[in-house]
Design a protein around this ligand. Structure first.
Ligand code: IMP
Ligand code: MG
Length: 179
């Protein structure tokens, strides 16, 4: 496989489809074991990045679940608290339920922490976090990540749902930026 160019940057192959599939198989096995007793867990796919991962993951779940798609919008609030994150598209009820957040990647953890804080206000029974990728050297939050597919070094990647300025999301493999 060759290097690719997206906008002004060059990317080289990094994680191949078969490795991604293997990581998802392992996650699915673990989740099937741990979540099967939960009554209709609510899976929340965090758009846009997690769309491909979610599609591959949920078809391997062997229990009943509800799947919903959310987006996060950050804006500067009028209050001095500064940035507030709002969840768009969450029409499923969260109260009393097991919620499984599905993310493409956790980097600093700012996004996931805000999302969890916002969801907690709706009093779920519990929140589980599932992310395909984690940059452990960047992650400084104390929030426990329940299901992590692959740990990667701190470098910018694209493909399999992840984009560089909207490009590269459709790629079946993951590419890393060339220095
Ligand atoms: P965090 O809030 O720093 O954890 O960043 C999480 C979000 O940043 C992810 O949901 C992605 O949208 C984006 N992101 C982080 N690292 C990368 C990357 O290497 N490539 C593409 N997007 C990334
Ligand atoms: Mg994301």
């Amino acid at each position: 496989m060759n290097t690719i160019r997206l906008h002004d940057k060059q990317f080289k192959p990094f994680i191949f489809q078969n490795q991604i599939n293997k990581a998802i198989d392992i996650l699915a096995e673990q989740m099937n074991k741990e979540l099967k007793e939960e009554p209709l867990p609510l899976f929340l796919c965090v758009l846009n990045g997690a769309f491909m991962f979610t599609a591959d993951l949920v078809r391997k779940m062997d229990f009943e679940l509800e799947l919903s798609f959310i987006k996060l919008s950050s804006y500067c609030g009028t209050q001095s608290t500064g940035e507030v994150s709002e969840i768009i598209g969450l029409n499923a009820s969260v109260e009393g339920r097991t919620v499984v957040v599905i993310e493409d990647i956790v980097d600093t953890g700012i996004t996931i922490e805000k999302l969890v804080e916002t969801l907690e206000k709706q009093h779920p029974k519990q929140i589980k976090i599932c992310t395909l990728l984690l940059k452990p050297d960047q992650y400084k939050k104390s929030l426990h990540l329940d299901y992590v597919g692959l740990k990667i070094p701190n470098a910018f990647i694209v493909g399999y749902g992840l984009d560089y300025n909207s490009y590269g999301r459709q790629l079946p493999d993951i590419y890393v930026i060339e220095p």
